[in-house]
Design a protein around this ligand. Structure first.
Ligand code: G6P
Length: 614
């Protein structure tokens, strides 16, 4: 949800800002804008509806000078995505400019107050109100920018990550955050500010993560100063970034999504590395070791998550119930937080999030903590807000995921949840040694089985071609493959805009069967296992109504292969681990269909990768 960048130092700010915005574009692409303060003291603002590339084309012939500047890529909340509502926004006198990620909830009342003092607003945004408020405080209280920001933010309810520049103070920029992420990179005599580390890593590995209600006053060539809203000085803690530049570039692939699909053998392996040792029959997970007693005693596990991460939670439900014999609930974070849910101190709440920044998931965590539950995180982004807000947990180590449609993060989440479930089962004594060992060996073999599935890419492209003009699609699965059906449908609808639904195969006859005709593609996960015969019957029900079946089957399958229009054979594995392999062909099918339809695969319309508003 909105990406922000800033730079102050000795280099030209504009190219740094634009490159940073391109790296952050996954966070929103409704509009983009920059502001630079040039040598002559002019504060130039350029902003445009649409992608960063449109801003670049627009700004081409303009004055782009300046060694201090800020930039923003927007996912619209207040006000439609147009040039006027784009960031940066000016203050009343046009001396200040500000960029903002988040929502100012009480902006309407602040706006009314400022209007009475003759402030005039050009846009419909909450952001413009904030920059006017800062200037009002600065002028009326005769404060420097840093203190004015502090004082103004005390009046604000909501979430923000902001960066402000003052025309009259060209050697300073001020950044502050609450609820939305903000990282400051410390270079040699210069500073880089961004919503995440991806725009920074190219220049420096030394970063400071701002905490909520902290304000950073960043002065050219001086030390970074951080204060909280109560004016207490905070000593910055410098982290070393571990991500590498290559991991956030396309590396020869046409799209990030395709690259990330192909990275899965490695990302699954990395999520197990140092944790699983099948030979020794061991699972070691440093981030949960302190909570083992809780695992032993837990009466219930509650997963909270959104989107694809919620689907990973559904897979987790099957794993934890089957292996650790503990009741599981899987909650949409957005519903959970507003429902006055019943949470006991002996519940374990597991928050799953790729970005570690999803606002609803973060709020659900705070709620669970306030009721005394143990809260663990399964996050991909190291140092993210959710990783820091939880009592413990495990990172997924999938590496940066840039494509808006989540792929490798899902399989990494399922990998970590599988390890957690197996570990909990062992601690609780609910799994036999033989089954435990067998599953550990099966887990170790998953990366090479994913490798096998990726070899089916050409065949999947051919199948995609036959379905590229479909208007609807149905995905069916049973048991642990039901969440895979949901995930397959989500992948298709989010990147190709074909309406798709995932359904438990047997439920089909209670509704979706009415939609089936010769036009309707039906994707079924029909791998060998306890439900196989039942799924075969469901396939027959579809065939009887002339539906087109594409089935994901276990290698060597004959029965379904004969019935299906297309069969995709995947390697045999333990039934509980099928999601890790079966989801791969569905990701590739969606990818190819979207490409053939001319859709923007990495940045689908209206979506954003990191949803930091509720
Ligand atoms: C957005 C993204 C999805 C993601 C969901 C949850 O909708 O487009 O890909 O699954 O947010 O995000 P999280 O970072 O919490 O996993």
């Amino acid at each position: 949800m909105c990406g922000i960048v800033g730079y102050i130092g000795n280099r030209d700010a504009y190219p740094i800002l634009i490159k940073g915005l391109q790296r952050l574009e996954y966070r929103g692409y409704d509009s983009a804008g920059v502001a630079m303060l040039n040598k002559a003291g002019d504060l130039n603002v350029y902003k445009r509806k649409g992608k960063v590339s449109e801003l670049v084309a627009f700004a081409k012939d303009k004055d782009l000078g300046g060694t201090v500047g800020i930039g923003h890529t927007r996912w619209a909340t207040h006000g439609e995505p147009n040039d006027v509502n784009s960031h940066p926004h000016y203050s009343q006198s046009k001396n200040l400019v500000l960029i903002h990620n988040g929502i100012i909830e009480n902006y309407a009342s602040i706006k009314e107050g400022l209007k009475k003092r003759n402030h005039e607003f050009l846009s419909q945004t909450d952001t413009e109100v904030l920059v006017h408020l800062i200037e009002h405080v600065q002028v009326h209280e005769n404060m420097k920018l840093g203190h004015a920001v502090q004082a103004a933010l005390k009046q604000v309810i909501g979430a923000y990550a902001i960066v402000v520049m003052d025309k009259n103070d060209p050697d300073t920029i001020v950044a502050a955050k609450k609820g939305s992420p903000m990282v400051i990179g410390i270079g040699e005599g210069d500073f880089f500010i961004a919503s995440d580390a991806s725009p920074i890593v190219e220049y420096t590995k030394n970063v400071v993560y701002l905490d909520d209600e902290q304000v950073a006053v960043i002065r050219r060539g001086q030390e970074l100063k951080i204060r909280n809203l109560k004016d207490k000085e905070i000593t910055p803690y410098v982290h070393k970034l571990t991500i590498e530049l290559e991991s956030i570039e396309k590396g020869g692939y046409d799209h990030f999504m395709l690259k990330e699909i192909y990275e899965q053998p490695r990302s699954v392996m990395d999520s197990m590395r140092g944790r699983l040792n099948a030979h020794e029959g061991e699972i070691k997970m440093g981030g949960i070791v302190d909570h083992e007693k809780k695992f032993e005693k837990a009466k219930r596990i509650i997963f909270v998550a959104c989107g694809t991460s919620w689907h990973a939670g559904l897979v987790g439900e099957y794993l934890f119930e089957e292996l650790a014999r503990v009741p599981v609930e899987v909650e949409y974070a957005s519903e959970f937080r507003y429902r006055n849910p019943i949470i006991y101190p002996d519940d374990i709440v597991i928050a799953i999030s790729q970005s570690g920044e999803t606002a609803d998931t973060l709020a659900a965590i705070e709620l669970a903590k306030s009721k005394g539950a143990t809260v663990l995180g399964v996050c991909n982004v190291v140092g993210s807000s959710i990783a820091r807000a939880t009592h413990g947990g495990s990172y997924t180590h999938a590496g940066p995921e840039i494509g808006v449609a989540s792929t490798k993060a899902f399989t990494a989440q399922v990998t970590v949840l599988t390890l957690m479930a197996l570990h909990m089962a062992k601690v609780r004594g609910t799994v036999s040694e033989t089954r435990y060992r067998q599953l550990l060996y099966e887990m170790e073999a998953i990366p090479s089985k994913i490798e096998e599935v990726l070899k089916l890419n050409d065949k999947l492209r051919e199948i995609a071609y036959t379905y590229k003009d479909s208007r609807n699609a149905l995905y069916l699965g049973r048991g642990v493959s039901f969440p895979v059906a949901l995930e397959g449908a989500l992948k298709l609808k989010e990147i190709s805009y074909i309406h798709a639904e995932g359904y438990p195969a047997a439920e089909m006859k209670h509704g979706p069967i009415a939609l089936i005709d010769e036009e309707m593609p039906v994707f079924v996960i029909a791998t060998k296992g306890a439900n196989y015969e039942k799924v075969v019957s469901n396939i027959q029900e579809v065939k009887a109504r002339k539906g087109k079946i594409t089935a994901v089957v276990t290698s060597g399958d004959k029965e379904v292969k004969e019935m299906a229009d297309y069969a995709i054979e995947i390697p045999q594995t333990d039934e509980l681990l099928v999601p890790l392999i079966a989801v791969i062909p569905l990701q590739l099918l969606s990818y190819h269909i979207a490409v053939m339809r001319g859709c923007n695969v990495d940045q689908p319309r209206n979506l954003a990768k990191s949803v930091t508003v509720e």
